[in-house]
Design a protein around this ligand. Sequence first.
Ligand SMILES: Nc1nc(=O)c2c([nH]1)NC[C@@H]1CN(c3ccc(C(=O)N[C@@H](CCC(=O)O)C(=O)O)cc3)C=[N+]21
Length: 283
Amino acid sequence: MTTIIDGKQLAKQVNAETKERVAQLSQRGIVPGLAVIMVGEDPASAIYVRNKHRKATQLGIKSVVRDLPATITQAELLAVVQGYNQDPSIHGILVQSPLPAGLDERGIVAAIDPAKDVDGFHPLNVGKIFANLPGNYPVSCTPRGIMTMLKSLNVPLKGKHAVVVGRSMIVGRPMGALLLNADMSMTITHQYSENLSDITKTADVLVVATGVAHLIKAADVKPGAIVIDVGMDRDENGKLTGDVDFDGVFDKVSAISPVPGGVGPMTIATLMQQTVDLCEWSE
Ligand SMILES: Nc1nc(=O)c2c([nH]1)NC[C@@H]1CN(c3ccc(C(=O)N[C@@H](CCC(=O)O)C(=O)O)cc3)C=[N+]21
């Protein structure tokens, strides 16, 4: 029996908890605030931003979407970020990625107040997670959501082998850090890894975030493995699909997250959760 890790259902549970926490805060006259900065007109980004805005509003979070032209200069964008840094009604700031060419995304992210860095992309917060420092700080939402998914399975992770395919700053690297912090053995692989299949076949937990549709097939997974698919790819018919050949690996693994309905909804739920975290931590 293979468990389908239902990210949509789990996201509903997380969102219900978030909504309850927002209600508790409102009794003290506090409203968590999220500012989403979107530069240019990337259509995919526009949809994501709209979804985030809708979810935040549903949960009682104040959501501000700032649409800026692709022609904005680095200095002007920095000034917008600094405005939200100074704004006490805003607890989380997110700069939708990717930024148009010509803007230095790293420089913009580094200008966000680390205490308002709801994406967990600021180098200070990235450093903390890699150092496994105790205390309260934001963590990249997709990996944090994936940890929530893994915990929902109620299987021990300690001492097991986690393999992450992909080494991005947003998913692969922080994912590896969280799995390591959960006392797993941890391997990060990437596009230059030799004998990738030999490595993925040793994974008790396999997290795949490459952007290559159906890269991982049945021959690449260990029997009984837990597989998390972070892919957001399009198949030949333009349909959303993952980095894992879901149908092919299904019978071989113990648990797998689908695309859509897996990691995506959990990323948004975690973003909302972390907005409320930042608000509570600022009190
Ligand atoms: N600063 C920043 N922070 C982000 O968190 C961020 C970003 N930039 N840039 C773009 C990516 C992408 N991302 C997604 C979130 C949810 C779904 C999601 O909910 N997907 C649904 C389906 C969506 C569909 O059908 O197209 C699902 O997987 O079921 C997808 C993608 C957040 N991102």
